[in-house]
Write a protein that binds this ligand. Structure first.
Ligand SMILES: [Zn+2]
Length: 196
């Protein structure tokens, strides 16, 4: 549980810590446009399949490099690009509501940056409103945006919490994620738990 993050010791909002929760992107990350990126990824993935000895002339395999490239750029890693960040509007907390608001069971589908395999599960978000409240579907969109990049679960949790703090103008935000990591489940490491 990442409670009030500033009190937890996990996250302090000084500059160094700030950098640590950002996804490590180079400054030239968006010099290539999406089409150019897909072309390069397609060629690179073709090489990987080729090295594995797969017959790229096979009907079932021949379009795989193109499919993977499109999936990376347009879908599962589209959240790397700040241009795809959802615009989130908030509403004035007109009733002066001061109790904790909770949204549970938000779908998490992301990719482990160490193995490029999926991890998936649920996020639970709680906050105590200050001047503003947020529509529930907007929380889902924020979670989805940060899921769509190579991630580690800890950073994903912190990025969602930070975004909500900024949007809501309060430090009283908690984010908890439970997920199953396919890189653990698929690689023969004993993993009896559904989630961890
Ligand atoms: Zn992994």
């Amino acid at each position: 549980m990442v409670g009030n993050l500033n009190n937890s010791g996990l996250y302090k909002s000084d500059e160094k810590e700030q950098r640590n929760i950002n996804t490590p992107l180079r400054s030239d990350a968006f010099n290539l446009n999406e089409e150019e990126k897909m072309k390069k990824i397609e060629a690179s993935f073709k090489d990987i399949m080729d090295v594995l000895g797969l017959d790229l002339k096979d009907d079932s395999l021949q379009d795989t490099p193109k499919r993977v490239a499109k999936m990376f750029v347009k879908e599962i890693f589209s959240g790397l690009n700040p241009a795809n960040k959802p615009s989130v509007s908030v509403f004035a907390n007109t009733y002066g509501y001061k109790d904790m608001l909770i949204e549970k069971d938000i779908l998490v589908q992301s990719s482990c940056e160490h193995h490029f395999l999926p991890f998936f599960g649920k996020a639970h978000v709680a906050y105590i409103p200050n001047d503003n409240v947020i529509g529930l579907s907007k929380i889902n969109r924020i979670v989805d945006y940060y899921c769509r990049r190579p991630q580690v679960q800890e950073r994903l949790t912190l990025q969602i919490a930070q975004e909500l703090k900024q949007v809501l103008g309060t430090e009283d935000v908690a984010v908890y994620i439970e997920s199953k990591h396919m890189c653990v489940a698929m690689r023969g490491i004993k993993d009896d738990q559904q989630f961890y």
